[in-house]
Design a protein around this ligand. Structure first.
Ligand SMILES: Cc1cc2nc3c(=O)[nH]c(=O)nc-3n(C[C@H](O)[C@H](O)[C@H](O)COP(=O)(O)O)c2cc1C
Length: 216
């Protein structure tokens, strides 16, 4: 594997910022989008269950409908891509079985050999204490995918804005999520910044490393 130098990584992370103004004319090339979608697929999740779906909202009319439910933030209509992260509200045996079947398929092993792993997952997220907070747990997994996407985008020179400034229940209605077992948790817009976006050149506001990271 080719690795980046530490300075190359930091250059990309300094370059990225939560983009406020996207160029509506500039679209992400297909190969770049393919890599970004793989960054979502390859994102790690608890047990590997991937308890979320990512909706890529391509329809311009749908994106206009989402604008008033996005605190009026124009990124949702101007960016090349609008992604909505929808997480499961609860976990059932059906999701566990779908995953167990997938492991068996990909790794060429018998489903019966995965019985203990299946039981462990059901005993945790379906029937155990975590089942009471399964929606929150699923949302956390979705946010890891969001983080992976943001870093991947920066490394590819694609601008992005993570977006919690939206009304999830209204998104669910517009996107037809109601009653599916998935709810909107967060969105991300991707594309290319406008030169006029003043946020690009503002110094990053962060607490110093000594404040954030403690040796214990
Ligand atoms: C989960 C999450 C939700 C956010 N929601 C919004 C949003 O709705 N609109 C926006 O302009 N920025 C949003 N931001 C961007 C943050 O304000 C921004 O990341 C933070 O101020 C640090 O600035 P930087 O990302 O430009 O370095 C969000 C960031 C995160 C991680």
């Amino acid at each position: 594997m080719n690795t980046l130098s530490p300075s190359q990584l930091l250059e990309a992370l300094q370059w990225r910022y939560a983009t406020k103004v996207f160029d509506p004319q500039k679209k992400i090339p297909a190969a770049t989008w393919e890599a970004l979608s793989q960054s979502l697929v390859l994102s790690p999740s608890s047990y590997g269950l991937q308890p979320y779906r990512i909706l890529v909202v391509g329809n311009a009319t749908t994106r206009q409908q989402l604008l008033p439910h996005s605190w009026g933030q124009r990124q949702v209509v101007d960016a090349s891509h609008l992604l909505v992260f929808a997480a499961r509200t609860s976990m059932t045996e059906a999701e566990i079985d779908a995953f167990v079947n997938r492991i068996a398929e990909v790794r060429g092993i018998a489903i019966s050999a995965l019985a203990d792993y299946r039981g462990m997952m059901i005993g945790d997220v379906v029937q155990g204490p975590r089942s009471a907070v399964a929606g929150e747990w699923a949302a956390r997994q979705a946010y890891i995918a969001l983080g992976n996407l943001l870093t991947s985008a920066a490394l590819l020179g694609v601008d992005a804005c993570p977006m919690e400034g939206l009304i999830p229940q209204e998104y669910d209605k517009v996107l037809g999520l109601s009653g599916t077992g998935y709810v909107t948790v967060v969105a991300a817009t991707l594309g290319y910044r406008m030169a006029a976006d003043k946020y690009a050149s503002l110094p990053k506001v962060r607490f110093p490393v000594s404040h954030l990271i403690k040796s214990v």
